[in-house]
Design a protein around this ligand. Structure first.
Ligand code: SAH
Ligand code: SF4
Length: 397
């Protein structure tokens, strides 16, 4: 077995400072709820009795028609449109990279106003299209197998920055106005960069906008939040958002789990599984997904598979298991389990009556698969810095 460094204590990502630092946070109307938009309209002199109607119109332009500027809002007077444009904006962040994989997976790297970046991935399938959305720049939880966890720079994304990811994807997929039938983007998973339950307020606000029936109107049944196991926030996720829950389980004993996921030191397996058993809204029709990464020689034995089944039954959790073959990234220290062992593991879990499909890695050629996300330009910046340092040393020497 490989030796791994001991786990470090996870830290909560610092809260975003207000106003500056985010995507033109003081100007954008994206990511605001209706009451906040109404406030902004009052500030620029929209008469009280018009505020509700104007808010509604702007909302519909932004989230049903995908408007990027006020000019297109033909049911709003020219004068008001000009005033809106003077004070506010509804545009997109800078897209520094838009890649399409051989298998049709797409990845966008977005740069926000303060220079921070986050990635969004779209995964088309026969009957659905899933957008994998980021909740933070980087991640404070240093899971050993995850590229995002190695990124030093971390901050929470604002609601605007989270909603923007959905808007950018739909711009490129040509999904405005929101189609009634035959949508390409049908599902959202909060499985991009970051731990969504360390940024729950902002994630919640963003998802409420995405679910809003007068806009993008995506059902909560089509949204899945994935967490590494931030136990104290899990119940709120069910109560206040009602979305599907996925748990990055990845190991069936505390020793192994703590070794590969330091957060397990804080919220060990027993607490995590109890919180799953108590998750509001979970039922046989709406099962909790347990993601299980297949790491050769670490967590992939037949015994591990049997123990997984035992645990899920012991806690009476309506569960399905998703087996994720480990996706390597530059400098990662693990190996993907052999196909034969992945199949055995899956068969054991299936044999007990729990569904356990193996997730096919998607978009590997553009580093878009699970756990491979890390801002490209951070890597570039780092290599530039190294080069500069070396140059500096040469000049000094
Ligand atoms: N922070 C949340 C959301 C990210 S979801 C969480 O951890 O749940 C991304 C999923 O991909 C998680 O299940 C994560 O454990 C998994 N993952 C991370 N690195 C991976 C890798 N290298 N190969 C395969 N899956 C990985
Ligand atoms: Fe963060 Fe999730 Fe990656 Fe762990 S797996 S480092 S929690 S993004």
């Amino acid at each position: 077995m490989q030796t791994l460094p001991l786990g470090t204590e996870p830290v909560v990502a610092p809260r975003m400072p207000t106003a500056d630092g985010a995507f033109a946070q003081n100007r954008t109307l994206v990511g605001l709820d209706r009451a906040e938009i109404a406030e902004r309209l009052k500030t620029i002199g929209v008469p009280e009795k018009q505020v509700k109607m104007r808010t509604q119109q702007i909302w519909s332009w932004m989230y049903h028609y995908g408007a990027k500027d006020f000019d297109v809002m033909t049911n709003i007077s020219k004068d008001l449109r000009a005033r809106l444009a003077e004070h506010y904006e509804i545009g997109r962040p800078e897209i520094i990279e838009a890649l399409i994989s051989r298998d049709g997976t797409r990845k966008w790297l977005l740069r926000y106003a303060d220079g921070n970046e986050a990635e969004t991935v779209f995964i088309p399938d026969d009957d659905r299209g899933t957008l994998c959305v980021s909740s933070q720049v980087g991640c404070t939880l240093t899971c050993r197998f995850c590229h995002t966890g190695t990124q030093r720079l971390v901050r929470n994304l604002t609601p605007a920055e989270i909603v923007m990811q959905v808007l950018v994807a739909r711009d490129d997929l040509g999904e405005w106005p929101t189609p009634h039938d035959g949508r390409r983007l049908t599902n959202i998973v909060l499985m991009g960069m970051g731990e969504p339950l360390y940024n729950f307020e902002n994630v919640k606000k963003a998802m409420q906008i995405v679910m809003d029936e007068q806009g993008i109107s995506l059902s909560k049944r089509r949204i899945t939040l994935s967490t590494s196991g931030v136990v104290p926030e899990m119940a709120r996720c069910g109560q206040e958002l009602g979305v599907n829950l996925a748990i990055s389980l990845h190991a069936v004993d505390n020793e192994t789990r703590s070794r590969i996921m330091p957060i397990n030191n804080k919220y060990p397996l027993e607490e995590l599984l109890q919180a799953c058993a108590d998750y509001p809204g979970a039922s046989n029709a709406r099962r909790i997904t347990f993601e299980y990464i297949m790491l050769k020689g670490i967590n992939d034995s037949d015994d591990d598979a049997r123990k997984l089944v035992r645990l899920l039954k012991q806690y009476k959790i309506p569960a399905k298991v998703n087996l994720i073959p480990f996706n390597p990234w530059p400098g990662s220290n693990f190996e993907r389990s052999d196909d034969r062992q992945i199949k055995r593991f899956s068969d054991i879990v299936f044999g007990s009556g729990i569904s356990a499909p193996v997730r096919t890695p998607r978009g590997e050629d553009i580093l878009a698969a699970c756990g491979q996300l890390k801002s490209e330009s951070e890597k570039k910046r780092k290599s530039e810095r190294l080069r500069e340092e070396r140059l500096g040393q040469e000049q000094a020497g």
